[in-house]
Design a protein around this ligand. Structure first.
Ligand code: CAA
Length: 296
């Protein structure tokens, strides 16, 4: 089995480490913060418990999965044996470029360098390395253990062989890989974010309230979450950052972020992670309560 290094232990990084380890890969989870790594291991343990409770996994599988994950606080030490690196650090261009410069220095020659970026150009990331043909996008969806899609993004120079290997690895994780080219937002966010933005515009312009907008999309289009609930789940700051990538990269005013979204991000109303967005989110509660500002 391949040895995989996962960089970043937040929501996406711990989910990615979880699925690789569950499918028999040995994983090094890397983060600059040891407390963040400890928290990630505890989250993975809890998410494995859900799978055990639901009967999808045995206690032995859970123990073996956790036993395949080691942690490190430095890239230089963590990637020395990696055949595949999946970067899932914060969605910040300068940080990602620095990580890929480091990966180019410390990862073995043949290693595939993948990024879980939701919208930063793979071609741009690849260009800071001396192995652009081995750099690729591996975009997992949240929650990673549940969602079937891996959007596989070919940068300008990504080789056919690396693309095939990554598609095959995603299948070994029980996922459905889908190959797309490297243009702003790729496919997932090129389509998802304008829908979310339009939902926010509908609220902003008084077309309907939060619950009505989400109900139309849940019951009318069979979406598991309405677009405003989903925006809270993804993080309003992340939605805004992706819309800006679409707006800047495609130069079309139709991608301009709704002023209400911009205001909410400036006010720190980021959704689940801050406790309030379009809904309030009490820790541990699954109740959907519209934020007081949007109540009628
Ligand atoms: N780990 C393991 N299992 C998990 C889990 C996790 N983190 N989160 C949920 N689950 C499991 C639950 O145990 C449950 O399992 P069973 O079906 O076996 O019972 C199942 O997933 C459903 O969970 P819940 O019953 O808790 O709740 P739910 O039915 O409301 O489903 C949801 C939750 C899966 C998140 C669902 O609401 C959903 O699909 N929402 C949309 C998610 C989505 O669109 N994600 C993409 C976001 S965009 C993105 O990620 C990319 C980007 O670039 C922005």
């Amino acid at each position: 089995m391949l040895h995989v290094a996962v960089i970043g232990s937040g929501t996406m990084g711990n989910g990615i480490a979880h699925v690789f380890a569950q499918h028999g890969f040995s994983v090094t989870l890397i983060d600059i913060s040891q407390p963040a790594l400890d928290k990630a291991l505890s989250t993975i343990g809890k998410n494995l418990d859900r799978q055990v409770t639901k009967g999808g996994l045995s206690e032995d599988d859970k123990t073996a999965t956790l036993g395949r994950i080691t942690t490190r606080t430095s890239i230089a030490e963590g990637v020395t044996n990696a055949q595949l690196v999946v970067e899932a650090a914060t969605e910040n261009v300068d940080l990602k470029l620095q990580i890929f410069r480091d990966l180019d220095l410390y990862a073995p020659q043949g290693a595939i360098l993948a990024s879980n970026t939701s919208s930063i150009s793979i071609t741009r990331i690849a260009a800071v390395t001396r192995r652009a043909e081995q750099v690729i996008g591996m975009h997992f969806m949240n929650p990673v253990p549940v969602m079937k899609l891996v959007e596989v993004i070919r940068g300008y120079a990504t080789s056919d062989a690396v693309t095939e290997q990554v598609m095959d690895i995603a299948r070994q994780l029980g996922k459905t890989p889908t190959e797309v080219n490297d243009y702003p937002g790729f496919v997932a966010n090129r389509i998802l974010m304008p829908m979310i933005n339009e939902a926010i515009y509908s609220l902003f312009e008084g077309v309907a309230g939060v619950e009505e907008i989400d109900t139309v999309m849940k019951l009318g289009m069979a979406h598991p979450m309405g677009p405003l609930q989903l925006a809270d789940f993804i993080g309003l700051d992340v939605c805004l950052a992706i819309l800006r990538v679409l707006h800047d990269g495609l130069g079309n005013p139709k991608y301009a972020p709704c002023p209400l979204l911009v205001n909410m991000v400036m006010a720190g109303r980021l959704g689940v992670k801050s406790g309030e967005g379009f809904y309030t989110h009490a820790p541990g509660s699954k109740d959907l309560v519209v934020a007081s500002r949007f109540q009628k």
